[in-house]
Write a protein that binds this ligand. Structure first.
Ligand SMILES: C[S@@+](CC[C@H](N)C(=O)[O-])C[C@H]1O[C@@H](n2cnc3c(N)ncnc32)[C@H](O)[C@@H]1O
Length: 290
């Protein structure tokens, strides 16, 4: 069955606000939502939401969720044949540079420069192309951490495309456990891990939170990255403390600016101290240590 894409086009600030509203509103539906700049440096962004089900009812819900946005840009709609979905979603994606990390699709391999840590992501069905402010924030924070720390065993919880696990494995050459609640994401992660030649380092598993025997086998970790969302992250704070070594680094993202204090407080209660927060596109990435 094909997919339908609903989309809105708006200047950056409005586009980011629409993206945040849709992201929060459809959080429990698990529908892919993306934001990107179709034309480089144009400042005009497109927010897309995809469904395989009833597009009419989604359209209605999108309009209801955006009722307070004024003026509301027109809501576009197009059918995306299933066969084209992955390549379609990649076509619009430019490579992303964050520090030494270059996240790119297969068609942009040639952009790699000496000294780059290149991460090839070739599937659109899991989150994590580097374009989202949360992924970019995690990559940037990981790059900073890896300049001064030498972790030996890492965890990427909510791995999506495995972009962060691959970034850690390729730059630190250490084992990384990469888990996701969604079996489709785990499949995509596995295939990206193979594509990037790090099968010997990155181990992928489907698991909600820490509910899998692999955690007991692989813990403790001295670096954990989790780009999920504020609420599940707060619920996971005690388990994070149990799985991270004293002195280890924790990178949390998927947190809106207004949720930052609550997340820092939840982790403060578990013995974590705040090191640094980076903000991108309304999202924050928090580095904490235990
Ligand atoms: C925002 S994406 C992040 C993907 C990638 N790590 C990145 O930074 O681009 C969040 C991922 O976490 C997964 N996820 C959500 N809740 C989870 C949970 N409780 N346990 C494990 N994975 C979870 C989702 O399926 C999704 O793939």
């Amino acid at each position: 069955m094909g997919q339908t894409r609903l989309f809105l086009t708006a200047p950056r600030e409005q586009a980011e606000s629409i993206f945040s509203i849709l992201d929060a509103h459809f959080e429990d539906d698990g529908l892919p939502i993306s934001i990107f700049e179709p034309e480089e440096d144009s400042g005009i962004f497109q927010i897309s939401i995809y469904t395989e089900d009833d597009a009419d009812s989604l359209e209605q819900r999108v309009l209801e969720s955006l009722a307070d946005v004024s003026p509301l840009p027109p809501l576009g709609r197009e059918d995306v044949p299933e066969i084209d979905w992955v390549s379609h979603s990649l076509e619009g994606l430019r490579p992303v540079r964050v520090g030494r990390f270059l996240v790119h699709g297969s068609h942009d391999r040639h952009l790699q420069r000496i000294g780059d840590i290149a991460i090839e992501i070739d599937a659109g069905l899991a989150f994590g192309t580097g374009h989202h402010g949360t992924t970019a924030g995690c990559l940037s924070t990981l790059a900073d951490i890896l300049k001064s720390e030498q972790p030996r065993n890492a965890l990427d919880l909510g791995t999506g495309s495995a972009v962060l696990a691959i970034a850690i494995a390729r730059s630190a050459r250490i084992p990384v456990l990469a888990t996701d609640i969604d079996p489709v994401a785990t499949e995509v992660a596995r295939s990206n891990v193979r594509l990037n030649g790090v099968t010997g380092l990155v181990d992928t598993h489907t698991a909600p939170g820490f509910h899998h025997s692999v955690f007991a086998r692989e813990k403790p970790f001295d670096l954990i990255v989790a780009n999920i969302l504020a609420r599940p992250l707060m619920a996971l704070a005690p388990a994070m403390a149990q799985h991270l070594t004293p002195g280890g680094s924790l990178v949390l993202s998927g947190i809106l600016e207004r949720q930052r204090r609550a997340v820092v407080a939840a982790y403060g209660g578990q013995g974590f101290r705040h090191v640094r927060t980076q903000a991108r596109e309304g999202w924050v990435t928090i580095h904490m240590k235990r």
